[in-house]
Design a protein around this ligand. Structure first.
Ligand code: ADP
Ligand code: MG
Length: 415
């Protein structure tokens, strides 16, 4: 079935056509009809399979087609997401798909000036995409009214219902009308979170696409055993062997991100970092430069592991393994989006082996191992552009010097 055969408003079809979206993806095919019917939906589908449009298309249709239009009443659809970058991205999808509709979408998030966000809100908004923090400030100040919300969407739902966010979500729920439509979307979910999700909704339609392997089928992913102190040489090699490719590097902490950045700089590789310690404007600027391809290597923490859709990221490197096994799926899912193919390699040091075991157990199968021969391993370190005190060449220099002085001395004695 093609989008043109759908009973969705021509204004949306026009935008889909412009984007070149002809056929719905599997998740769109399955999720759009029940959402149009007003059902609650719990949808699980792999990374990069078009979950955003799976909820944006029917929501835009429903809001655009309503007969009575009273935007001043407050927002009608609330989309909750874990990061600011994702809030902006999803807002862009609503803007693009809703370009010819009368639906107004905006995002609010912390870390930037509040005044412009308030004045825009006062103009009247239909769809609000938000991270919990700033939204609560604006709700408590009376700038956001949630009592007319008809549709609540949690994107990256398992993360939004997990420890860090669940309190915020419960607080949001208290502000929303009881009678509403609730939609959950994610690439991963566990039994505990699933139960929690069910407890928040009524008779949800459950849609799960390819549940056996949570890793996107477009991603060729493997693991390489590399000592902690050698990781930088292997990253240098991956980057140099894939010159011109966009590479996203994940590390465990903000401090590690800056260290990897510095190590790459020492060997003449330009990169940028993205993590929670950076100012919001700098975070967005770094992400934009990476999107545009002005910088090819982005070193990030898990703040960027979920939802971010950057076209043509060829490679994801897990410089450190993620502590949370789900994040493996989300990190490697930053490549291989839509119909594109992608590659990923994870550097596993001996001390990280237990983390790898947990990830593999979560995936339900082992990750392909990249065999690196001893010779090749050493060559990678030797070929690094890093200037390092090399014991072998240092010894050779000493011997050469000694030989030279001996030779000089001998003729002297003869004289
Ligand atoms: P997910 O949320 O499932 O990880 P996204 O919603 O971010 O995935 O979409 C991934 C990519 O697929 C985006 O770049 C999007 O533009 C593209 N896409 C979505 N739906 C379609 C479609 N029907 N046809 C072609 N491309 C699509
Ligand atoms: Mg998504």
């Amino acid at each position: 079935m093609k989008f043109e055969d759908y009973h969705i408003n021509p204004a949306i079809k026009k935008a889909l056509d412009k984007l070149g979206f002809k056929k719905p993806t599997d998740i769109q095919f399955k999720a759009i009809p029940p959402i149009l019917k007003g059902e609650d939906v719990l949808a699980i589908a792999q990374t990069g399979t078009g979950k955003t449009a799976a909820f944006a298309i029917p929501v835009l249709h429903l809001l655009h087609e309503r007969k009575q239009y009273a935007r001043q009443d407050g927002i009608k659809c609330l989309v909750m997401v874990p990061t600011r970058e994702l809030a902006i991205q999803i807002t862009e999808v609503f803007h693009t798909l809703g370009k010819h509709t009368r639906v107004e979408t905006m995002t609010v998030f912390g870390g930037v000036e509040q005044a412009p966000q308030i004045s825009k809100l006062e103009d009247g908004i239909d769809v609000l995409v938000a991270t919990p923090g700033r939204m609560f400030d604006l709700v408590s100040q009376g700038h956001i009214r949630l009592e007319r919300v008809e549709i609540l969407i949690l994107d990256e739902a398992d993360h939004m219902l997990d420890l860090g966010f669940i309190k915020d979500i419960r607080d949001v729920l208290r502000h929303l009308p009881r009678k509403r439509q609730t939609l959950f979307f994610s690439a991963t979910i566990n039994e505990h979170i699933k139960d929690l999700a069910y407890s928040l909704v009524t008779k949800p339609i459950r849609i799960q696409i390819s549940p056996k392997d949570p890793v996107s089928k477009n991603v060729d992913h493997s693991v390489a055993y590399i000592g902690m102190d050698d990781k930088r040489f292997f990253l240098e090699r991956v980057i140099k062997e894939n010159e011109g490719s966009k590479i996203l590097v994940f590390v465990r902490t903000k401090v590690r991100a800056e260290r990897v950045f510095a190590a790459m700089e020492r060997v003449g590789i330009k990169s940028e970092t993205l993590h929670g310690d950076k100012e919001q404007v700098d975070r967005l600027a770094a992400l934009n430069r990476f999107k545009k391809g002005e910088v090819k290597v982005l070193v990030a923490t898990d703040v960027s592991s979920r939802g971010i859709d950057i076209p043509s990221v060829e490679y994801v490197v897990n410089y450190d393994l993620p502590d949370v096994p789900e994040n493996y799926v989300h990190r490697v899912g930053r490549t291989g989006r839509g119909t594109q193919k992608g590659k990923s390699v994870s550097f596993c040091s001996p001390e990280e082996k237990p983390i790898l075991d947990v990830i593999e157990e979560y995936l339900g199968k082992p990750i392909k191992v990249l065999d690196i021969e001893k010779q090749d391993y050493n060559a990678t370190i030797d070929f690094s552009s890093e200037v390092k005190p090399d014991l072998k060449s240092l010894m050779k220099e000493i011997h050469d010097f000694e030989d030279a002085t001996k030779k000089k001395k001998k003729p002297k004695k003869k004289k």
